[in-house]
Design a protein around this ligand. Structure first.
Ligand code: NDP
Length: 282
């Protein structure tokens, strides 16, 4: 597996496995199948309510801890955010059955995320999180956090797929030492992605599926990516993207699919902000 090196020297697999919307009781089976297919990086979150099942699969696999890369995420915490964050990370570690995570992310820029970040810096120094980062941070929020704190986030995990490519934002992050990570690489199938003409034709030229073309495009752009699937055949397909290369012309054709629009939600939408704020975890 190809790795990226994060800004503190930690190595992270460029391709991992996401478990959003995988129900608790199916998660253990899915993560076990993903590990058997060769994935070593697993992306979960307190808000997914499947950390326990993911942890059980990690344990059952017998794979050495150092070979795994485990990401989990902090859900919105209000003041006293430093105490709440420490408590939330301890709860996540207990559910996962781990002494440390490889990457701990602030899931959403809501609540007292400055306090959250200070606690995450402490957790990093204490060895409970080898790297710390953020998710769903807009450029101004990310820069503000960087300017006013000690540790620069190692990662920003954001909606990134062929219709919303974040090319300029990736450049900006790179300049600050922040690794871009894609969530929703297939836009969860929205906007006809799996039957898109451009992606289908490129796939045919390489004997690969649309999903594989999308993931290969991410890898060539040095975007960390964590596709989700509960189907073992698709899991195997999604990790099998290291034996072909897209040409510059093909990369350009995919660039042409960018519209910039979210396929999910608009953070400027007051209803969305209210929805997020209403969902607190203890
Ligand atoms: P994805 O874009 O990864 O799409 C998943 C969907 O694509 C599922 O319906 C899956 O179906 C289908 N699929 C997967 N592989 C294939 C394939 N080869 N061919 C056809 N269909 C396929 O969506 P996610 O939202 O799950 O994003 C990935 C991960 O990113 C999440 O699991 C989570 O870890 C993270 N994430 C983080 C967010 C954040 O706010 N930080 C928000 C959203 C996601 P099936 O399972 O049946 O194969």
């Amino acid at each position: 597996m190809q790795n990226v090196t994060l800004n503190n020297g930690v190595e992270m697999p460029i391709l991992g496995f996401g478990v959003f919307q995988v129900e608790g009781d199916k998660t253990q089976e899915a993560v076990e199948a993903a590990l058997a297919a060769g994935y070593r990086s697993i992306d979960t979150a307190a808000a997914y309510e499947n950390e326990e099942a993911a942890g059980a699969a990690l344990k059952a696999s017998g794979i050495a801890r150092e070979e795994l890369f485990v990401t989990t995420k902090l859900w919105i915490q209000d003041a006293p955010a430093e105490q709440n964050t420490t408590r939330a990370l301890d709860a996540s570690l207990q559910k996962l059955g781990l002494d440390y995570v490889d990457l701990y992310l602030i899931h959403q820029p809501f609540g007292d995320y400055y306090g959250q970040w200070r606690a995450m810096e402490q957790a990093n120094k204490a060895g409970k999180a080898r790297a710390i980062g953020v998710s769903n941070f807009a450029p101004d929020q990310l820069l503000d956090l960087i300017i006013n704190n000690d540790i620069v986030p190692a990662v920003n995990q954001i909606e990134t797929h062929p219709f919303r490519q974040n090319v300029d934002y990736q450049e900006l992050m790179k300049g600050e030492g922040v690794q871009i990570e894609s969530w929703g690489p297939f836009a969860e199938g929205k906007n006809g992605i799996f039957t898109n003409d451009v992606l289908t034709k490129i796939g045919q030229a390489h004997g690969k599926s649309v999903a594989q073309v999308v993931l290969r495009w991410m890898v060539q752009r040095e975007v960390v990516v964590i596709p989700k699937s509960v189907n073992p055949d698709r899991m195997a397909q999604n990790i099998d993207v290291f034996d072909f290369e897209l040409t510059a012309d093909e990369m350009g054709q995919i660039e042409g699919l960018h519209t910039g629009e979210s396929q999910f939600f608009d953070h400027a939408d007051p209803d969305m902000v209210r929805w997020l704020s209403a969902r607190r975890l203890g």
